[in-house]
Ligand binder design. Sequence first.
Ligand SMILES: Cc1cc2nc3c(=O)[nH]c(=O)nc-3n(C[C@H](O)[C@H](O)[C@H](O)COP(=O)(O)OP(=O)(O)OC[C@H]3O[C@@H](n4cnc5c(N)ncnc54)[C@H](O)[C@@H]3O)c2cc1C
Length: 440
Amino acid sequence: MIDVDVLVVGGGPAGVTAAAGLSAQGKSVLLVDAGLDRSKVLAGELLHPSALDDLRRVGLGAALESLHGRDVVGFAVMDAAREAVLAYPQGERGLSVEHAPLVEALFRGLGGRPGVTVWTKARVSSISRNDDTGVEARVARGNEETQVRARLYVAADGRASASRKLLGIDERHERMSTMVGITVEERLLPHPLHGHIFVGGPAPILAYGIGEGLARVMADVPLGSTAATLKEEPRWLSGLPQSLREAVVARLTPDQVRIASNDTRVPEVLLRNSAVLVGDASGCCHPVSASGIASGVHDAVTLVDALGADRQQSAALERFVRARRPAQRTRIALASALYRAFADRGPEMDALRAGLFDYWQTSPRGTAASMSLLSTREPRMWVMAREYAAVVGHGLKSLGQGGGAAWRARAGTGLLASALPHLKTAAEGLVEDLEARLGS
Ligand SMILES: Cc1cc2nc3c(=O)[nH]c(=O)nc-3n(C[C@H](O)[C@H](O)[C@H](O)COP(=O)(O)OP(=O)(O)OC[C@H]3O[C@@H](n4cnc5c(N)ncnc54)[C@H](O)[C@@H]3O)c2cc1C
């Protein structure tokens, strides 16, 4: 039997950040990681400035500096005829870097911290006790099984979280699409130092530099698609400029391509007695907003702060759940809204895209607000609803310029209707936040 203050399950960005922050509070931490081979994984490679701030706060800044990534100053959204270039507010910079070196560097950054023990190729196989005093779990490493007793269990084992299942926590799970990732030369991207979202084809295509003169291009395609789908149906790449499209097509061999599914997953609860979910284990969404890492490391920092502020663990965990809820709600709603705007066809979404371009091209305040939301700096749902309403306004304006009366009426009604779910979520969020404030 091993006794520790905290058992962290999962050594991705969220788990490593939690372990670093908790060890700085003087806690003994055992981090166990399944040892996923990240060199074959298609996952987060663009970190918003907020993620860099949070990683530096827990002392992982040196790990970031060891990386050969690219600065990111903002995003470029473009189709064949239009483009909007959006900068992070206040000249902030993010970072884009290949996923495997990023996570390896963070993992190495944990080394030598007082009180931290790391087990790789280790998995939690069962949880035999979970009450207000702590958790007992079995950890399998090779043929060995070790019983671990911990005051706190932090589940950071990613979106398919085994911990979540062991804890009996249900989730809402929507499989949205498949992402096919290809590496090309970075010089082919139209806007150096920017994340790119190409929206001129049937679904969005994301791209950004990942260092060493390379860029990752990720094409969103229907569920179950493979590299062959892109070869057989080139229309999925039609949103790319020609030189970039040709480079992608030339790299469409099974050994060059990485594939991931794009899912929305929202667990029913984040807390069960002495076990808490963070990072993707606590919810994930389509990567169009590139916000998973920023959100996951912020979860971890918020948890560390809550535990530092409240000596009673159960109260601290409740405080954590309340504190991270608005940002997560807004992030998931934003990713879903952006994805629908870029992937859905029909008059109302055509008008919404026109509204987005017009808004970003004409309103510096709107651009700044959009980038604050995208980069997770702005967590308030009502701000997202307000911005969506502003884009709808610009979309309605664009309707005056084309189509017949019947088409305009249909598009206008659809456009207004598309705002309703966001206004509803914003209203629910306001009520929930008010109740939480009155209750605390
Ligand atoms: C195609 C795609 C593109 C993306 N692009 C971006 C982007 O540009 N920017 C961004 O911020 N986010 C992006 N994301 C999301 C981002 O990858 C995730 O949000 C982020 O990796 C989540 O970090 P995490 O630490 O919560 O989980 P993970 O990174 O998934 O880490 C989980 C860890 O848990 C370990 N583990 C799993 N099961 C067990 C177990 N049973 N026991 C012990 N350990 C276990 C795994 O080995 C792994 O190390 C993208 C996602 C996808 C799919």
